[in-house]
Design a protein around this ligand. Structure first.
Ligand code: SPV
Ligand code: MN
Length: 622
């Protein structure tokens, strides 16, 4: 039987019709194959019509994956207690036989497909399958990548309606020959709380070469929302093949003097200040998680891949995060996940208001002091509790930048991690290749609650992308180096560190200081201020920061603070170079430039150590 006839047999005519109208045999074959395998009891095909989206929302409630809250259009979703973050261990990139890639959890394609198909066979017999069409990047633009999602989770489909542009029209109007990504997800059997039950059989397998991703027996968004992190593995692969960049980065506009706006991307590992930076109330938000960067007319231009936010709640409070706070407290369509619910209202840790001592959370019925099976006290909300919301709700959204099919001109790229003792708060690289190697490819960060596993360990995390890397690391770096060479003027590359501490473990900066570093970087990309040359790059001049602290925050910035923060810590910097070099030395096919740049920086550091000692005041360089 041909695919269309099979599809006709399996679903109501209205839904079949929506598929038939798409002139793409490859799509029909794919759908027929997986419908046969998953064997759902019913099928719903989503077009871009509002009523289809409403149907999904209704189903999320009806099937109990979401519940209504007191505020209209607010819902809560719970993931299983042990399904609260990305599962790195069970996420695998499917590869050809005998291929192994450094840092990447791989599995031979044939074996992976067999395992996942076995797990998925008949998994939807008593479930409804949703088929949805979305786009990564703005539609009708050089950035657009269409995708189709199959899922039995109305929560996952609902999340995607908040996070991505509908693209059924793209499939219908340009179906013939259309190249698109494919995702197949099943939450698997659910328990009485409607959370995935068979976590021992949780698998996230990504066949990057064939651009198809699978997730099974999990609901957590980072595993299941196909267009988010599963797609990211595929777009990294495409980008490297095609000579552009697909990055784990926010995108934002920073206001400069005289109405000027300059755009920056920022790469930070999860929970290291990425969201709080791009959400700064006086700047312009474009995206908070994923960016595509391409060369258009010799310029680096960037877009947000998404149109929504799957953001962290922990620590979000009215004072520090006024914009997010307002979004969360208005009648917007929002999904809260893994928060505490009391009296129909959501609560999360460190939100700056009194948190009730009982309610319901990711562990079920909850009371203060409750312990889990391992004996750990369960906090009110999970550390990785999140909200899902559209960007249009955010007051500081740069709507034009979000929608511009040509993206925005990129002036600077920022890299930052959680680092207690090595990097200064802000530093500009000497040039593209210095930045790519020493700020981006040498990025390290302490682990956080965004992934399962131990927290607080310093880990190598180049470009904050290591969790998602799907190609050989050497090729990935080489693509970056080449990208800069093709640009008329490459974006400046900066490193920031919001987590520097003194010997007693006390943070050396305030949470709000990050706006100053942004303003300084904005001035630097236009050469409006000079800077101090150090062995690791350019750092700010004290007087420029003093003025910015006064103007932007109304704060006195003392020379003592500046000196402590911008001290060049030679032993720590040298140790870092050693760590990073040792990592790359063990890998084949790393561009030579990487070792050259590390060597040069090491030499510069040794020179100043001889001249000024181990801890060098920024004033010494004047
Ligand atoms: C991250 O952890 O980097 C996130 C959330 O953006 S997740 O979707 O889980 O990846
Ligand atoms: Mn992310």
């Amino acid at each position: 039987m041909d695919s269309l006839s099979y599809l006709r047999e399996r679903m109501d005519y209205d839904h079949y019709k929506k598929l038939e109208e798409i002139d793409n045999d490859f799509l029909h074959k794919f759908l027929a194959k997986y419908i046969m395998l998953l064997n759902p009891s019913s099928i719903f095909v989503c077009s871009d019509k509002k009523e289809d989206e409403e149907y999904i929302r209704r189903k999320a409630l009806e099937y109990g994956e979401e519940r209504e809250l007191r505020q209209k259009d607010h819902t809560v979703h719970f993931d299983n207690y042990y399904d609260q973050a990305r599962d790195k261990k069970n996420t695998k990139i499917l590869v050809d036989k005998d291929v192994s890639l450094p840092f990447i959890n791989t599995l031979e394609r044939e074996k992976g497909l067999e395992e996942i198909h076995t797990l998925m066979r008949n998994i939807m017999v008593d479930k409804e399958l949703f088929i949805c069409f979305f786009s990564l990047g703005p539609k009708n633009s050089p950035f657009m990548i269409p995708a189709v999602q199959l899922t039995d989770s109305a929560y996952v489909a609902h999340s995607e309606f908040l996070l991505y542009r509908n693209a059924y029209d793209v499939f219908r109007e340009n179906g013939r020959g259309l190249r698109f990504l494919r995702f197949v997800h099943s939450a698997g059997e659910l328990d009485e709380r409607k959370t995935s039950k068979n976590l021992d059989k949780r698998r996230i397998f990504l066949d990057v070469d064939n651009e198809i991703g699978f997730a099974v027996n999990t609901q957590y968004g980072g595993n299941t929302i196909g267009l988010k992190k599963p797609a990211f593995r595929m777009t990294i692969n495409r980008a490297v093949k095609e000579g552009w960049l697909s990055e784990h980065m926010f995108l934002m506009g920073v206001h400069g003097p005289n109405g000027r706006i300059s755009y920056f991307t920022g790469a930070f590992p999860s929970m290291c200040g990425k969201t709080s930076t791009c959400m700064l109330p006086h700047e312009r938000l474009v995206g908070d998680d994923l960016a595509f960067i391409k060369i258009i007319d010799g310029e680096a231009r960037a877009v947000n891949v998404e149109i929504g936010v799957f953001g962290i709640l922990q620590g979000v409070n009215e004072k520090d995060d006024p914009i997010i706070w307002e979004v969360l407290h208005s009648p917007n369509e929002i999904i809260f996940s893994n928060v505490l619910i009391h009296d129909g209202r959501p609560y999360w840790n460190d939100m700056g208001v009194e948190i009730p001592e009982r309610g319901e959370n990711h562990s079920g019925k909850w009371w203060k002091g409750k312990r889990d099976a391992e004996g750990n006290v369960i906090p009110p909300a999970h550390k990785n509790a999140r909200f899902t919301a559209r960007l249009i709700y955010f007051k500081n959204l740069d709507k034009e930048a979000l929608e511009n099919p040509k993206g925005v001109k990129l002036s600077g790229m920022i890299f930052g991690g959680r680092d207690a003792d090595t990097w200064p708060p802000v530093c500009e690289s000497f040039n593209w290749r210095h930045g790519v190697i020493l700020k981006a490819a040498a990025l390290e960060s302490e682990t956080t609650a965004a992934t399962l596993g131990k927290e607080g360990e310093r880990k190598f995390n180049l470009m904050a992308i290591l969790d998602f890397l799907s190609v050989h690391i050497g090729r990935y770096i080489e693509n970056y180096l080449d990208f800069g060479n093709k640009l008329r003027v490459p974006p400046r590359i900066f490193a920031v560190n919001y987590f520097l501490r003194d010997k007693n473990g006390v943070f050396l900066n305030d949470k709000v200081d990050k706006s100053i570093w942004l303003k300084w970087m904005e001035l630097r990309v236009h050469d409006d201020v000079e800077a101090i040359e150090t062995p690791i790059g350019f750092i700010p001049i004290y007087d420029d920061l003093r003025i910015l602290f006064k103007e932007v925050l109304g704060k006195q910035y003392s020379k003592e603070d500046y000196e402590k923060q911008f001290m060049i810590r030679v032993p720590e910097l040298l140790a870092k170079i050693n760590r990073v070099r040792n990592i790359y030395r063990r890998i084949d096919n790393i561009p030579k430039i990487l070792f050259e740049e590390l060597y040069l920086e090491e030499k510069r550091l040794r020179n100043i150590k001889e001249k000024f000692g181990e801890y060098v005041s920024p004033f010494s360089f004047l």
